[in-house]
Every structure is written in structure tokens, then in C-alpha cells.
Design a protein around this ligand. Structure first.
Ligand SMILES: *[C@@H]1O[C@H](CO)[C@@H](O)[C@H](O)[C@H]1NC(C)=O
Ligand SMILES: *[C@@H]1O[C@H](CO)[C@@H](O)[C@H](O)[C@H]1NC(C)=O
Ligand SMILES: *[C@@H]1O[C@H](CO)[C@@H](O)[C@H](O)[C@H]1NC(C)=O
Ligand SMILES: [Zn+2]
Length: 426
């Protein structure tokens, strides 16, 4: 036997051994994976990428139930066992349950009711921002403030819940570029363009007919978003503030998606095709979400998950997610549970400790890879937030919006200015 032949035989044997070892390794890994329970697989996924939730209304509950006095409430305890909070049907959030739910970041809603519009909406929004700041300061073992996508990742690295501010409702700024900019400087990183009422510059979702309201009494006034509203959108792009189009009319969704030069978000909305509620996103809009690199953060409140008035369960939320995915793919979905912002949540998603149940259910469908589920949990919203920051950097030389809204336009829309002494352009 010559040397070449010997080398060839040795090489061939080595290759054979390597192949056998690799095959055995793959088989062992597969067995290991099968041995890991669904629970363990979900834990690993949410350890790698904790949940980044688009909307939580705890601050509104603290306003209503504790008069914004943080001495009246211990959020480091399980509030479901508390004698008052445990009985309130909108209290589903506290820090132990957020940790159990594997939540790594939240946009806390700085919300004021539509009844404050053109009255003290700005004052109340300031109080809610102050409350969120005091909350983060009081619980440094649980919370860490975040103003950027990088801050979210840092807080998660530090095992803290990244805390961001989302302003819910354009009435919070009345019609002022100055107030918008001040809220941004205080830390607000998204603004929902409306709540349930029109502002003098954007129409809200109750103008759209749906199975819950076939003949809406709220009428469109702004063709979705008025010219002035588009200037607010432009200023938000310049600031790097995410434009949230949950709660707005379909026409307003379409216009925001068309005119925003950065991706936009639905911080808490589900699929209109599954539950025909005006708060949910129609298929045609879902296609625009994909086209613009935007995101729908699916919400859990039974009122928009089930249109038949029943409570529903995890499978119902899975239906919404699967439907959205069928149009956008897994890159444009996130989660915005909106806990504490509703009184009924589906079985299996009763409070903010239950997110892992949703991931178990999605794994069981067989449609979701580990990577897909990490995107859903948080990577998609991080990507969108980064794109908004990137656009802000590109726009750094764009001139800011200045001046006031036009008074004649307000008169034409019959905006009630009884409580307003502000100046307008005429
Ligand atoms: C929740 O409580 C409020 C206030 O007590 C009540 O009006 C509402 O009907 C309750 N919701 C449910 C689903 O019981
Ligand atoms: C949810 O409810 C439906 C209908 O009642 C049922 O078929 C389904 O198994 C339930 N899903 C879960 C996860 O309990
Ligand atoms: C305008 O608002 C004031 C103060 O809330 C109220 O008293 C008045 O009735 C309103 N006017 C109209 C026309 O709605
Ligand atoms: Zn809302």
C-alpha cells in the first residue's frame, strides 16, 4: 500500500466518523428538544428576548384609585391579593406579576380622558408624566427609565423593566407644536393621535361603522388627518417620536402611513377581519403596515378580541396574531396587552403574568420558529423604534414646525373654545 492510498483511507475514515458523530449529535439534540417541555422552551425564548409591551394603563388606575399618591399603593406586592385593588376589575398589573410574565419593557400610558379635551387635558397629561417619573424613581429595583431603543436593551441587560412614556390621545397637546416638543423633552416617545374623540386635526376610530356601531354618531371632520395634523406628523418624525395610530379612523391610519417618513406603530390594536371593531386594523391597512416597515402590537382586551361580547381565551388572541401574520409576515407584529385599560381579558391572559401562555399556544401551532417568537416578543418593535431614531438623525437639518393652528379652521369645525384663551393664526 502506497502512502497516497493510506492517506486517502485515513481521510475517508475520518469523514465517516465525523458524519456519524454529527448525525448522532443532531438526533440527541432533537431528543433534548423534545424532552424540553413547552414551558421550558418558552422560558428560553423570553429569557433571550423579554416582552416589550406597547401599552399599559396602570398610571390611569393610580390616578383614579390612589389620587396619584404612591404612598397609597405597594406595586412590589401582588395587588390581586389587596383588599381594594384586588376587587377592582381593571387592576391587572404589578411588578411581581410583570416579572412572572417575563416583561422587559413597557410603554406606560400617559392618558387623559376625552372629556378633558379643550379644558385641562394638558395639565392632566403633565400629572401623568410626573406620576410615571415618580414611579420609576420609587422602584429602582424593578424599573429603569428608557428614552431610546438602546436604553431598552440596557435596562433589560440590567434585569430591569425598561419604562417609557406613551401619550394616549392628541387632545393631550390640544393643537400645539410647543406642547408636543415639551412632552418629547420630558421623555414621551410615542403619541397616539387620538383616543375615542376627534381632535381638531385627526379623526378617531368611532367615526367608522363596524359591527359594534353600524351608524356612528361621531362624524369625520378632518378627512382622517387635516393639513395641520400632517404638520404634527411631520414634527413627530423630526423629533423621533413614534406615531401611534391605534384609536384613529381608517382614513387617518392610511394618511399617517402615507405621509410619515418613518415607520409608525399601532401600540394596541388587533385584526378587523377577526373582530369587526373600529379599534382594529383592516386588511388593506395591514398591507400598508408591511410596506412601510411598521408594526401592529396586538391587544388582548376582550372587547376588541371577541366581537360577540364573550370573554374568549388565548386561542382567540392567537387567531388575531395568525391573521395579521398571514398578511404582514412575522416581522410586523408585536404585543400591546393594554392591561389596566379594560375590564375583561381572555381566559389564560387574565393579567400581566400570563404572556407565556400566548407563546406556548403559538409554539403549538407549529408555524412559529424561535426567531419568529423573539421578533414578536420585542425585536420587531426595537427595529421600528431604531428606524424612527435613524430617520430623526437624517432629518436633523429639517426646520421645525412653528406658529399656531388657524382660528377660522377651528370655527368652521365648530370647535368649542369657551375654555381656551390661546392665540390662533387668522
Ligand atoms: C367593572 O367595574 C365597573 C365599575 O364598578 C362596572 O361599571 C363594570 O360593569 C364592571 N365590568 C364588569 C365586566 O363587570
Ligand atoms: C378556547 O375556547 C374554544 C371554544 O370555547 C376552545 O375550543 C379552545 O380549546 C379554547 N382554547 C384554550 C387554549 O383553552
Ligand atoms: C362649550 O363648552 C362650555 C364649557 O364646557 C359649555 O358650557 C358649553 O355648553 C359648550 N357649548 C356648546 C355649543 O357645546
Ligand atoms: Zn387605548
Amino acid at each position: 500500500m502506497n502512502v497516497e492510498k493510506a492517506i486517502l483511507i485515513i481521510a475517508a475514515s475520518a469523514l465517516l466518523v465525523a458524519t456519524v458523530l454529527m448525525t448522532v449529535n443532531v438526533l440527541v439534540n432533537q431528543l433534548d428538544n423534545r424532552k424540553l417541555s413547552l414551558e421550558q422552551r418558552v422560558q428560553t425564548i423570553l429569557d433571550n428576548q423579554p416582552i416589550i409591551d406597547g401599552h399599559n394603563d396602570l398610571p390611569w388606575n393610580i390616578r383614579n384609585l390612589a389620587y396619584n399618591d404612591l404612598r397609597r399603593i405597594n406595586l412590589a406586592s401582588d395587588l390581586s391579593k389587596h383588599e381594594i385593588w384586588g376587587k377592582v376589575n381593571t387592576s391587572y398589573t404589578d411588578f411581581p406579576r410583570l416579572r412572572k410574565g417575563r416583561v422587559g419593557a413597557l410603554f406606560w400610558g400617559a392618558y387623559t380622558d376625552c372629556s378633558s379635551q379643550l379644558k385641562d387635558s394638558v395639565e392632566q397629561t403633565l400629572e401623568q408624566i410626573d406620576l410615571i417619573k415618580r414611579l420609576v424613581k420609587k422602584y429602582p429595583n424593578y424599573l429603569e427609565f428608557a428614552f431610546s431603543a438602546a436604553d431598552i436593551e440596557n435596562a433589560i441587560e440590567n434585569k430591569k423593566i425598561a419604562s417609557l412614556i406613551g401619550i394616549e390621545g392628541g387632545h393631550s397637546i390640544q393643537f400645539s407644536f410647543g406642547i408636543l416638543r415639551m412632552f418629547y423633552s420630558m421623555g414621551a416617545r410615542y403619541m397616539t393621535l387620538t383616543h375615542d374623540c376627534n381632535t381638531p386635526w385627526v379623526d378617531a376610530s368611532p367615526v367608522d361603522p363596524s359591527s359594534v356601531d353600524k351608524n356612528p354618531t361621531l362624524l369625520p371632520q378632518n378627512d382622517g388627518i387635516s393639513e395641520f395634523g400632517l404638520r404634527i406628523v411631520k414634527e413627530m418624525n423630526r423629533l423621533g417620536m413614534m406615531i401611534d395610530i391605534s384609536h384613529v379612523s381608517q382614513r387617518a391610519m392610511e394618511k399617517a402611513l402615507k405621509h410619515s417618513v418613518a415607520p409608525v406603530i399601532f401600540s394596541h390594536s388587533s385584526a378587523r377581519a377577526i373582530c369587526d371593531h373600529h379599534r382594529n386594523v383592516p386588511d388593506s391597512v395591514l398591507r400598508l403596515v408591511k410596506k412601510t416597515n411598521s408594526i401592529v402590537m396586538v391587544t388582548f382586551s376582550s372587547a376588541v378580541v371577541r366581537c360577540d361580547g364573550t370573554r374568549g381565551n388565548v386561542s382567540d388572541v392567537v387567531k388575531h396574531i395568525q391573521h395579521i401574520r398571514s398578511i404582514t409576515g412575522p416581522e410586523h407584529i408585536g404585543l400591546g396587552g393594554a392591561y389596566d385599560g379594560g375590564d375583561v381579558f381572555p381566559k389564560g391572559l387574565e393579567d400581566c403574568s400570563k404572556y407565556p401562555n400566548l407563546f406556548k399556544a403559538l409554539l403549538k401551532t407549529g408555524d412559529w420558529t424561535v426567531e419568529d417568537l423573539e421578533k414578536l416578543a420585542g425585536k420587531n418593535i426595537l427595529r421600528v423604534f431604531q428606524a424612527v431614531e435613524q430617520k430623526r438623525n437624517e432629518l436633523k437639518d429639517q426646520e421645525m414646525e412653528q406658529g399656531f393652528i388657524n382660528g377660522e379652521e377651528l370655527d368652521k369645525k365648530k370647535v368649542n373654545l369657551t375654555c381656551i384663551t390661546a392665540n390662533f393664526e387668522r
